[in-house]
Design a protein around this ligand. Structure first.
Ligand code: KIV
Length: 302
């Protein structure tokens, strides 16, 4: 007699929506009449399923995993192995949104060859595109990736991997010169073939100028409403991360608070012997219980 699989996964629902592709996303400019793009980060299979069922367009397996999941103070400690591990977890449920793997610090800084090899690891883990930080000085790497048929998303403005060079997580592009430089960087990345560009931590006016200057979508985070899309970190938007609340984050749930309340209720039930109850327990058949001599001792029921 076969035993029951207590944790078997429910059958996956048939894919009703077509997967999102890089060429389709590349064309999504708000000025051309498109709806703004929606991107969220995710780092594991449940996160990917949530993002998919919520109908987002892109999932970024961000190096923010370092801070919101792995407990580091910045993003510099994560490696290609770490990101590949999380990309694979996100890709396993085959979500419809396009999966973008974040290139961690030092995975695209040493050489073009190194960059392509590291990006290929993320693609083999399940990423359909990669993201890297920086503008004109990253062009050789961006061009080599595109040459290797790996779609690239740029990332300009507050680039967290430059935390030490920037002197902290600071809004960028506030001066005329810095704003102009940002526009030049964005144009260079778009010209090189990036299919979209994240703009992080820049004044809304500058993000709007950049967005108007290029023909691929910009995706903002702390960059105002004038971008072609918006991205938030999963743990920020769901209130799982509740220690810091940057100005640009809007919390749509308080899952950390709900989780603490739920785990406390569980602990209370266990300590008061209210858990497990009858409906949460398995029982022997009457026949086996009888053979074991359990009737009469009060130890089993039919
Ligand atoms: O790693 C990340 O989550 C990011 C987003 C903030 C864009 O790069």
């Amino acid at each position: 007699m076969g035993s029951t699989d207590l944790r078997s996964a429910p059958p996956t629902a048939p894919a009703l929506r077509a997967p999102l592709t890089v060429p389709a996303l590349r064309a999504r400019k708000v000025i051309g009449g498109a709806e703004p793009l929606v991107m969220v980060t995710a780092y594991d299979a449940p996160g990917a399923r949530i993002a998919d069922e919520a109908g987002v367009d892109l999932i970024l397996v961000g190096d923010s995993v370092a801070m919101v999941v792995l407990g580091y103070d910045d993003t510099l400690s994560v490696t290609v192995d770490d990101i590949a591990h999380h990309v694979a977890a996100v890709a396993r449920p085959k979500p419809r949104p396009l999966i973008v793997g974040d290139m961690p610090w030092m995975s695209y800084h040493v050489s073009v060859e190194d960059t392509v090899r590291n990006a290929a690891r993320l693609v083999r883990a399940g990423a359909e595109a990669v993201k890297l930080e920086g503008g004109r000085k990253r062009l050789p790497m961006v061009e080599a990736l595109i040459d290797a048929e790996i779609p690239v998303m740029g990332h300009l403005g507050l680039t967290p991997q430059s935390v030490h060079a920037m002197g902290g997580f600071r809004v960028q592009g506030r001066t005329t010169e810095a704003a102009r430089s940002l526009v030049q960087d964005a144009k260079a990345l778009a010209h090189a073939g990036c299919f979209s560009i994240v703009l992080e931590g820049v004044p809304a006016e500058v993000a709007a100028i950049v967005t108007d200057s290029i023909d691929v979508p910009t995706i903002g985070i702390g960059a105002g409403p004038g971008c072609d899309g918006q991205v938030l970190v999963f743990h920020d938007l769901l209130g799982i991360e509740d220690r810091v609340a940057p100005k640009f984050v809007r919390r749509y749930a308080s899952l950390k608070e709900d989780a603490v309340a739920a785990v406390s209720a569980f602990a209370g039930d266990v300590r008061a012997r209210r858990f497990p109850g009858e409906t949460e327990s398995y029982h022997l058949s009457g026949e086996v219980a009888e053979t074991l001599g359990l009737y009469g001792s009060g130890g089993a029921r039919g």
